[in-house]
Design a protein around this ligand. Structure first.
Ligand code: ADP
Ligand code: MG
Length: 212
């Protein structure tokens, strides 16, 4: 077994089995570096270029810690655009395939609000959404945060570029302070650093340079 094999991680059996069904044998470099601290429950800042497998790096972390029998929103993932939300939801659903009854719900703007209220009433374990629409659900009380133990900022650099900082601050203010926060980004400008200082707690920083 190579030291980049997923089997080195002690993931729950269904996840490990599903990964081999999906043809994922070895971790990508960013997965090798970020998954151990993510699985320990640490806050993590991970920087690596697009296409390096960042979704599974946080996806496996939140899925491994999820209590399937507790039908409450336990993880909130924010992405800058609807397309990215859909891609992340597809990848998380692929990773959950062998664990039955895990419900992943997407919440994006540009989609009717009413049906989302109905879906939220039915419940979900994991929410993947865009900042604007998620904040609207929080403000209106249709999304409960009390059981959220894992908060993910995906493509954090793009979210800040798109002017979401204020919205992100409002969302963070409504989350439990005792939580795991994971920040994934392709770049690490100063704006991210100052936000990370406010939102993450003693984060582990991992970085895979484009030249590697
Ligand atoms: P990023 O978010 O860094 O841009 P993604 O998470 O979208 O990258 O992953 C890019 C592609 O690589 C996806 O199609 C995903 O299914 C695939 N992938 C991720 N991790 C692995 C792995 N360990 N082995 C094989 N394929 C992987
Ligand atoms: Mg990504």
């Amino acid at each position: 077994m190579s030291n980049t094999s997923f089997s080195t991680l002690n993931l729950r059996t269904e996840l490990t089995e599903n990964l081999s069904t999906l043809g994922y044998q070895d971790m990508t470099p960013i997965q090798t570096q970020s998954l151990p601290p993510v699985l320990e429950g640490r806050d993590v800042i991970a920087q690596a270029k697009t296409g390096s497998g960042k979704t599974a790096a946080f996806g496996l972390g939140l899925l491994n810690n999820l209590e399937v029998k507790r039908f409450r929103v336990q993880a909130l993932v924010l992405c800058p655009t609807r397309e990215l939300v859909d891609q992340v939801a597809v990848e998380i659903r692929r990773l959950t395939r062998a664990i039955h009854n895990i419900k992943v719900l997407t919440l994006c703007g540009g989609t009717a609000f009413g049906p989302q209220l109905g879906s939220l009433e039915h419940g979900a374990h994991i929410i993947v959404g865009t900042p604007g629409r998620v904040e609207e659900h929080l403000r209106k009380g249709s999304l409960q945060t009390a059981d959220i133990s894992c908060f993910v900022l995906d493509e954090a650099d793009r979210m800040l570029d798109m002017g979401f900082e204020e919205t992100l601050n409002k969302i963070v203010a409504k989350l439990p302070t005792k939580r795991q926060t994971l920040l994934f980004s392709a770049t690490y400008p100063d704006t991210i650093e100052s936000m990370a200082k406010r939102v993450l707690n003693k984060p582990v920083m991992v970085r895979v340079d484009a030249s590697h």
